[in-house]
Write a protein that binds this ligand. Structure first.
Ligand SMILES: Cc1ncc(COP(=O)(O)O)c(C=O)c1O
Length: 421
């Protein structure tokens, strides 16, 4: 049996689960930075880097590259004083954009992808479309961003039970998930990377576990897509949702849903529109069934200007290379974690690099107010974010190691300054 070949391992014990986890992680390579010349080429697409700003808040929203800006402006100009009726071009571009998403997550085909307005819309298509029976259970955890909570808790009115796992130190390990499974668990809802603790779940292991138990595995990839590798087929993910504006560096108001054909066949679709059908331009035939592809969930015209920008951001990420991006980000977050630890700070994000992606979160030293720290950091031109009394840094591929050192030094200087007041 190869390292990743778990076929036949249907009944896990705790020990087996831990063993599989260790095997899998042993093959992760040591991350490195993107080579200097390539890095400089793409860094130039982000003009704020020339303005003395150290932007480390991609877990909230990414800056738009000049390519994204140009793509959106070009489209808007065409709509204003060019072709005006751009629809045929938009349809082709929409297929190309789905092709990029397909490459991003290794879907079976671009036809398994539907555009949505955001992550929440995508999750609601799945959560709201399943045939829930009273007593069915959904496994959730207390680290999740609310976008990945309410589509499920809302189902309590259908008699669905929610099992909310309690995290420890910002982690929800596969062992904890395994232990929380119940005979009526029908769906595991999980973020690939947690928005605040930055904990990165072992999706391949959990996908295998869910598939072997007939449990649907639905992943919120908002903090992972564009940052770390996702392979929906290898990871046996049934549905995956993400929006463009964070790690995918695209505009707001556009996101996507991936789902398998098998899951699609089980969904009782709530909303239908003219674009849901097989041949939308066959206006006079009202007897059409839903499209075979995931386009059936789009209903009406999607955010077209957003889609043009999204295409530009996706092609840029694919050009840089998803492995390069992941490797660079992991190097930056490793460096940041090491430096903060050396300074004796208390980490909220994982200290084990195998559980980390693009987020580093620290607790300010005892007695220091996080708001004061955050305000000082902003004055020092380091843009991070403050969530629940913690400071969260989230660098992307165009950030440099020098910026990471600067951000750590300025943070520590602020801590020292505020402590001595
Ligand atoms: C894990 C996660 N999911 C979803 C969202 C946002 O959802 P939406 O795209 O619906 O606005 C966020 C935003 O912070 C997030 O961190």
């Amino acid at each position: 049996m190869g390292i990743l070949d778990f076929t036949g391992l249907f009944e896990y014990t705790q020990r087996e689960l831990t063993h599989l986890k260790n095997c899998q992680r042993a093959i992760i390579q040591v991350p490195t930075l993107i080579p200097h010349e390539l890095h400089q080429k793409y860094r130039q697409l982000f003009p704020h880097t020339e303005q003395g700003l150290i932007y480390l808040n991609h877990a909230a929203v990414s800056p738009l590259s000049t390519r994204v800006l140009k793509a959106q402006i070009a489209h808007l100009q065409d709509r204003s004083s060019g072709k005006i009726e751009t629809y045929p071009d938009d349809v082709k571009q929409s297929e190309r954009t789905k092709g990029c998403i397909d490459r991003l997550i290794n879907a079976e085909s671009w036809e398994r992808i539907a555009f949505t307005g955001n992550t929440s819309d995508a999750l609601n298509i799945v959560a709201g479309g399943l045939d829930w029976k009273p007593g069915d259970r959904i496994l959730l955890n207390d680290l999740e961003f609310p976008a990945n909570v309410y589509p499920y808790t809302h189902l309590k009115s259908h008699g669905v039970e929610i099992d909310l796992m309690h995290s420890t130190d910002g982690r929800i390990s596969p062992e904890m998930i395994y232990a929380a499974l119940r005979p009526r668990t029908r769906l595991l809802a999980l973020s690939a990377v947690q928005y605040l603790s930055g904990y990165r779940s072992d999706l391949a292991l959990l996908g295998e576990l869910c598939r072997s138990r007939g449990i649907l595995f639905v992943v919120d990839a908002m903090q992972a897509a564009g940052c770390v590798r996702i392979d929906v087929q290898e990871m046996k993910i049934d549905a995956l949702a993400a929006g463009a504006p964070k790690w995918l560096m695209g505009p707001q108001g556009i996101g996507f849903l991936y789902l398998t054909e098998e899951l699609q066949a089980r969904i009782h679709q709530k909303n239908f529109g003219w674009l849901s059908v097989e041949i939308p331009w066959d206006f006079f035939n009202f007897d059409q069934g839903p499209a075979a592809t995931a386009r059936r969930y789009e209903g009406g015209t999607v955010n077209i200007p957003g889609m043009w920008g999204f295409h530009a951001s996706l092609t840029t990420l694919l050009e840089v290379g998803l492995d390069n991006i992941e490797s660079h980000i992991l190097t930056l977050t490793e460096e940041m974690t090491t430096k903060f630890q050396e300074a004796g700070l208390r980490m909220y994000s994982p200290t084990d690099s195998r559980e980390r992606a693009g987020i580093v979160t620290i607790w300010p030293p005892e007695g220091l107010d996080a708001t004061a720290v955050f305000n000082e950091l902003t004055k020092e031109h380091v843009l991070a974010s403050m969530r629940g009394g913690r400071i969260r840094y989230s660098p992307h591929f165009y950030n440099s190691i020098g910026e990471i050192h600067e951000a750590v030094d300025r943070t520590i200087a602020i801590f020292e300054g505020l402590s001595s007041q």
